[in-house]
Ligand binder design. Sequence first.
Ligand SMILES: *[C@@H]1O[C@H](CO)[C@@H](O)[C@H](O)[C@H]1NC(C)=O
Length: 416
Amino acid sequence: MDYESNGWISDGVYYYPHLFGGLMLTAALLGLSTSYFGRIGVPSLPCSWSDLGIFHEKRRGKKRIRVYMDGCFDLMHYGHANALRQAKALGDELIVGLVSDEEIMANKGPPVLSMEERLTLVRGLKWVDDVITDAPYAITEEFMNRLFHEYKIDYIIHGDDPCMLPDGTDAYALAKEAGRYKQIKRTEGVSSTDIVERIFSSQKQKDMKDIYSDARPQEGSHPAGAHVAQFLPTSRRIVQFSNGKGPGPNACVVYIDGAFDLFHAGHVEILKKARELGDFLLVGIHSDETVSEHRGSHYPIMHLHERSLSVLACRYVDEVIIGAPWEITKDMVTTFNISVVVHGTVAEKTVNSESDPYAVPKSMGIFHSLQSPKDITTTSVAQRIMANHEAYMKRNAKKTASEKRYYEEKKYVGGD
Ligand SMILES: *[C@@H]1O[C@H](CO)[C@@H](O)[C@H](O)[C@H]1NC(C)=O
């Protein structure tokens, strides 16, 4: 749970002299390159061992498979979270390489989120064990060797989209040759490009409303029509993201609610603080209608199920209510045995709020106001994108073309 306490390499995980035979077997069976072990002077074994019984027993609690995946994670969304979830499933420990602000700037223009914010978001994901903060934009041979030797990475993971270096060669050729490359399936229905477009169209809608004050929100007006794929929420995806556990006996249940739109570093920080007040954090996520009603009809940017996945991916969250009521009732408090109801001091501006949604928990003496650690809000993230309108439009035009090609050539890919 506490990523700060994880060292780069847990002591002794890598080398147990008395179990070394088993370790070598692991290496051989997993097809690790011989050079990896060559440096400690042990010959490799042929991959012909058929009796896996002993091997399986011994593998547990011994050599832990470390996998690596990199990215910018700018405007992080549940597609990123899902990629990292899949990556983690290919090993025991997931190390994420975060591309620096300078590298993003040089390769694709200004990032929306700072390194500090991106780091908070990535570290907040429940599948991430550690983060390397100086990953290159395109992986280099030198960096790959550092991953293998310094960070003891076993496999480099990447999505099923090809990644080319400026000279047109496959960025992962080296890792592939060494048998140290694994691929995961792309998450359909969301991309940063798509989110930027949604923000633009939401802003446009707001401007229209400001001009024609009686304008009604159009049916299905967001997201922007440009993208082909739509997020199709399945119960399987929710199960994959969920912890699947209820509160233990005598647990102190903490409740926090909100829109959690454009899930950002401020959300992670407040969820962390909320979780520290008890043993089980229950998060109520307001429905799209509730958010529109209280924040303005141009919100939310992300749909209820998308927002739910982003919140569920956060390591401090135990459970979510998908479509929580605006007002907290006595019945809800009883149903979930809620001991503390928290609310951050930094919140979105609300319209239409005659009554206090926290009146009941306040009267019960279980309401707790939490000082928000960051003053970032969904609106402020959206505004940063609007401020860089021109640059993003240009970047998006390029991306949109390659996305279009992807969808034209798209075929079914197995896996999850
Ligand atoms: C309800 O929560 C309180 C603590 O806040 C706890 O002591 C109690 O055991 C919980 N009830 C059940 C049935 O778990």
